[in-house]
Write a protein that binds this ligand. Structure first.
Ligand code: GAL
Length: 657
């Protein structure tokens, strides 16, 4: 109310002071960032007349959540005015939320607006303001159909013309200290495998090669190759086997205890690896998978514990395709699924991956077709599970895709949602291989509540991350809501890590995806990794593994950072709000210490404070910067840090002696 009164006052004053009205359409909107399409002048994002709940507007800007425009002012602007809402051209499922920030403070919030929400008026006083930010977020349910209108939007100013600008380019910076020449074993403390199944584990260790590996108390049936550190054989009978792993080279030696838990639970710590999707999309070949396995080892990622090489969609045949490499009968006369011609020999491919101590992942859908319309497993589930095991795969991603449209219908009951995942889970469980089972159905039916019951080790908690990367802090907040279901052998999966170089999601349907630098700022890329570690999420890189620069490797390969992810308690951090856009994450570690993140989702640098009461500790604690491997000092009661826009200050707190 006060704000509205103030605004009217400013408007009145303006009639006297010859203020100019600058429509939003007059600014350089190439600076408007949005998750889909382009900003449209006087039209909706789909180029229809701007319409909110049936009311038409002649002028304004049509955009798509997540959207952001930053505008520089000179302190002499007086007001920002607009009518906002979801464009009527969007489908029923669209929802948006408008926000206006002045100099880092959020002073307008529309609340979630849907198709029937009438246009809301924005009247924001700007006197003295130097920076205006117009933001639209997705209303908390992903970005689909989030067509957002800033109708009749204008800035009233008596000063200089407002100037739209983009976030200043941030130089890449490296925080991770380089690994030393002496051996360091980076394995987690526990590893789960099923009795009687083939065992494969490459001891991840940094340090100069050649390196010699040894293991004390290696159970019968397992053997270790001393030059590579690869353990193979058959998993021993149910029980816990405590080993001591040793690594030595010309610069020194080291040891670490490592417990093999032979039993029913796989993935006792979040699995780590790489997946084809966000780099190659449909354009995958046997060679690209082999190159990825080579790169996993040669880049050093394998020395930090990354070991699954995942083939995503599009390795099968594509019914109806006239591409000779993809077409042809989808299955042989006995109903066995056939790979397309880019994959001449699946057994040879997995043998190659396994020879490096790495593991192989594959993908299919319970529907007749996958999401890219390749052959799915419908009515061949058991046969396909057997085939994947025979081919030597170690992980299956099972993606809902056409199952909804073709089998379950548009509004499946919970039972119908669970059914296909149960069928495949049961089929995988009886294979004589340890196959990690990753459900991909975007969080439907609260999958975190029943994923483990269908024998899955992880489940995607939401839709694809590809479209709203700069919302990483908000996305993580949603994933944390399901923390109670996260733990050893059961992981919430918020999707893959997209840092470094990735395939451009905007171009992938038109052929080979263009490779682009991740649209995230360097700080946001650090935040991505920090959040995934604090949430104990699977660490699956999906950028271009064959061309990683030092910056990308420094994010993926930091042993203190990964140690938080791989902690055997498997806890996803708890969350405490620190303000409108910022929060504190607190992860209990098995050694009694806490890993915390001060997370700033806001648009400018903020001072964020972790109170000991919120962290759940008392007395003096040593605060350590996990990225830099440096103790910052000893603190009591609280610790505060300046956290940059979209940054996470990632720390470990240990009780001082
Ligand atoms: C989506 C899935 C992505 C990717 C894609 C392949 O449904 O969420 O992660 O697998 O299908 O078509």
């Amino acid at each position: 109310m006060i704000r509205v009164l103030l605004s009217s006052l400013v408007a009145l004053t303006c009639t006297v002071c010859s203020a100019e009205e600058v429509p939003l359409t007059a600014l350089d909107l190439t600076h408007m960032k949005q998750a889909w399409g382009k900003p449209q002048l006087n039209k909706s994002v789909e180029e229809n007349p701007l319409t909110i709940a049936g009311r038409k507007f002649d002028t304004g800007v049509g955009t798509h959540a997540a959207s952001r425009l930053m505008v520089e002012l000179d302190g002499k602007a007086e007001m920002f005015q607009a009518w906002v809402g979801l464009d009527s051209g969007a489908r029923e499922t669209g929802s948006v939320e408008f926000e206006v920030y002045t100099d880092g403070n959020r002073i307008f919030e529309s609340g979630v607006m849907r198709k029937d929400t009438p246009a809301k008026q924005v009247n924001v006083a700007l006197s003295g303001v130097k920076e205006l930010i117009l933001k639209v977020s997705d209303g908390g349910d992903g970005r689909n159909y989030d067509h957002a209108d800033w109708a009749e939007a204008k800035i009233v100013t008596a000063g200089a013309r407002p100037v739209a600008f983009s976030v200043p380019e941030e130089e890449k910076y490296i925080l991770t200290p380089p690994a030393g020449p002496a051996p360091r074993i980076n394995a987690p403390t526990v590893y789960g495998a099923r009795p009687g199944n083939p065992f494969l584990y490459r001891i991840p260790a940094t340090g100069d090669r050649p390196m010699q590996f040894k293991a004390d108390s290696l159970p019968d049936g397992l053997s270790l190759e001393s030059a590579t550190g690869i353990i193979t054989g058959i998993t021993p009978a149910k029980g816990e086997y405590e080993l001591t792993l040793h690594a030595s080279n010309s610069s020194g030696k080291t040891s670490k205890t490592f417990t093999i838990k032979s039993g029913d639970t796989l993935s006792l710590t979040p699995y780590m690896g790489w997946n084809t999707w966000y780099t190659y999309y449909m354009h995958i070949t046997d060679k690209r998978i082999r190159d990825a396995a080579d790169a996993m080892v040669s880049s050093g990622m394998a020395d930090y514990g990354y070991d699954y090489i995942g083939i995503d969609d599009c390795w099968m045949r594509k019914p109806g395709s006239d591409d000779p490499m993809l077409g042809g009968e989808p299955r042989d006369a006995s109903g066995n699924i056939l790979p397309n011609k880019h994959f001449p020999n699946m057994n040879a491919l997995t043998d190659y991956i396994h020879s490096k101590g790495m593991k192989a992942g594959i993908y299919t859908s319970p529907g007749p077709l996958t999401c890219q319309s390749y052959t799915g497993s419908f009515e061949h589930e058991t046969q396909d599970a057997r085939q994947f095991a025979d081919w030597g795969f170690d992980l299956l991603k099972y993606d809902w895709c056409s199952y909804g449209k073709k089998v379950a219908g548009p509004n499946p009951s919970l039972e119908e949602m669970i059914k296909p995942f149960q069928i495949m889970g049961d089929a995988l469980k009886v294979q004589k291989r340890d196959i990690i089972y990753n459900l991909c159905q975007y969080g439907m039916g609260n999958v975190w509540e029943w994923g483990a019951d269908v024998h899955a080790q992880s489940w995607r908690t939401a839709g694809d991350l590809g479209y709203e990367l700069d919302q990483i802090i908000t996305i993580a907040r949603r994933n944390v809501e399901h923390r109670a279901w996260n733990g050893p052998g059961r992981w919430n999966d918020p999707d893959y890590l997209q840092i470094g170089t990735i395939g451009d999601i905007k171009t992938f349907k038109k052929g080979e995806a263009a490779l682009i630098p991740s649209p995230l700022t360097p700080t946001e890329q650090y935040s991505f990794m920090s959040l995934w570690c604090l949430m104990a999420s699977p660490l699956v890189y999906s950028g271009d593994i064959t061309h990683m620069d030092d910056f990308t490797l420094n994010i993926l390969c930091n042993h203190e950072v990964i140690e938080v992810n791989q902690d055997p308690l498997g806890q996803c951090a708890a969350i405490a709000d620190l303000g409108d856009d910022s929060y504190l994450l607190v992860k209990q570690m098995a050694d009694g210490s806490k890993a915390i993140g001060l997370c700033n989702g806001g648009e400018s640098t903020a001072t964020l404070k972790a109170e000991w009461s919120a962290v759940g500790i008392q007395g003096k604690h040593i605060v350590r910067d996990v990225w830099r491997h440096k103790d910052i000092g000893t603190f009591e009661g609280s610790y505060q840090a300046e956290v940059p826009r979209h940054g996470v200050s990632f720390l470990r707190l240990r009780k001082a002696k």
